[in-house]
Design a protein around this ligand. Structure first.
Ligand code: NIG
Ligand code: FE
Length: 423
């Protein structure tokens, strides 16, 4: 008999589905306990999609092992959906290890930025870098993320700040997605900073009149695929009016709105996100009560980034207030030269310890809710029939080890599977 199924993962101690009713996100009391099968199996079909998930004996009765290309005996292991990282800046040249010392000595993020460091430093190096070098470093970063369990990752441009360098970054992201078995959601972030020598008004004009029209042309010609639009809405960077005009223009092109807001100063960015129908606003360390209520109402996800608050010693994002108000809370690593973290398990650990999230809240935030923030929760973020067969197998008998163990994930994450293939 010819085999028609790609992978059987059988007899896992726990299979963490996250949810099992086709939910697009989880909020409030739904986060108190996630859907888990004790002693379960997962079937991934020849198309890479989940065909069945259930108790081991039910699956064994339904499917003959002879029909599978590969069988993994997961006895003593846990199976979880692949992790989703909802916010990264992974394409850049020139690290900023020197700035870490400055920050430890007391310099703030904006002190470093105004002194010509920060994003400006990275922009200079990224503009000068060859696309092939950016691709090589991006791929090695994505592989590191994948080894820690990430199977869907949002990747931003934003260290070009002018047409050609921004397009170069987006092309590099697309090429990485073609050559690696990892799912990417790609984001145009040409308004990540005001480039040196320009005013905010000039930079806004450049994004609106030059970068976005050319991006649209490339997308319509089928040369480039981009999913989201982002702006760094911050005092001294892009104000609310500029942010609104750029995000609206992006939305008119069919991009999802997913932007940086209320990070260092309260800007009413959360309200702006709700007004514009944003899928997500990231950071939100300085969000107001009104902003929280507006996001809950509009179903705009809050992408919280525990590494940023940790490294910059910022106030912690108000995760508890958001969860209690019914906001869709997601997590991201914010991987960038300021926050050099490729590991979603560390992000979940920080979210639990520093932001007071429970482990079930953190796992949902790093799976189904992060997928929602990227407009992908119909295909990713939980182990449900017809979703992508993206999963992790943990060398542990309880899934909570993924968050409890701080670091050392190469040992803990035994297999990473993308569309039914072990990667
Ligand atoms: O999300 N806040 C703006 N953007 C990034 C930092 C980028 C950088 O410092 O290079 C962030 O933390
Ligand atoms: Fe960011």
């Amino acid at each position: 008999m010819s085999s028609s199924n790609r992978l059987l993962v059988k007899n896992a101690q726990q299979v963490v589905l996250i949810c099992s009713g086709g939910q697009k996100y989880l909020t409030g009391h739904e986060l108190q306990s996630l859907s888990v099968i004790e002693n379960g199996s997962v079937v991934i079909g020849g198309d890479g999609l989940i065909k069945a998930v259930g108790p081991a004996e039910t699956i064994a009765a339904r499917f003959s092992e002879a029909t599978f290309d590969k069988v993994i005996d997961a006895s003593g292991m846990c199976v979880l959906p692949g992790l989703v990282d909802a916010h990264t800046h992974p394409v850049w040249a020139g690290d900023r290890v020197h700035e870490f010392a400055m920050k430890l000595a007391g310099a703030s993020y904006m002190d470093v930025h105004r002194a010509g460091g920060g994003i400006h430093f990275t922009v200079e190096h990224t503009r000068a870098a060859a696309a092939s070098d950016l691709l090589t470093s991006l791929k090695s970063r994505l592989v590191r993320m994948q080894r820690a369990g990430t199977t869907l990752v949002e990747c931003k441009s934003g260290y070009g700040l002018e047409l050609h360098a921004e397009l170069k970054m987006l092309q590099v992201i697309e090429e990485a997605g073609r050559s690696l078995p990892i799912n990417i959601s790609s984001t145009f972030c040409g308004a990540h900073a005001v480039p040196r020598g320009k005013t905010e008004a000039e930079a806004t004009e450049d994004v609106l009149q030059v970068q976005l029209p050319l991006l649209k042309e490339q997308m319509s010609a089928g040369n480039l695929k981009v999913d989201n639009i982002d702006v760094f809405c911050e005092r001294g960077v892009f104000d609310v009016a500029s942010t609104r005009s750029i995000l609206r223009a992006g939305k008119d092109m069919g991009l999802n709105i997913n932007f940086h807001g209320d990070e260092l100063h309260p800007m009413n960015a959360a309200q702006l996100g709700a007004e514009l129908g944003a899928l997500a606003v990231s950071h939100l360390e300085e969000v107001s009560d009104e902003g929280i209520a507006a996001m809950a109402e509009a179903k705009t996800a809050a992408v919280l980034l525990p590494t940023t608050a940790y490294i910059l010693r910022l106030p912690q994002p108000r995760a508890r207030d958001m969860l209690e108000a019914g906001v869709i809370v997601a997590l991201g690593s914010d991987f960038n030269p300021n926050a050099y973290c490729c590991s979603m398990p560390i992000v979940m650990h920080l979210a639990c310890v520093n932001m007071k999230m429970s482990m079930t809240e953190a796992l949902a935030a790093a799976t189904i809710n992060a997928a929602y923030a990227l407009g992908r929760s119909h295909t990713h973020g939980s182990l449900e029939v017809d979703k992508h067969g993206d999963l992790l197998l943990l060398n542990a008998t309880r899934w909570e080890h993924l968050i409890y163990q701080l670091g050392g994930h190469q040992e803990l994450v035994r297999y990473v599977v993308v569309k039914g293939n072990v990667v």
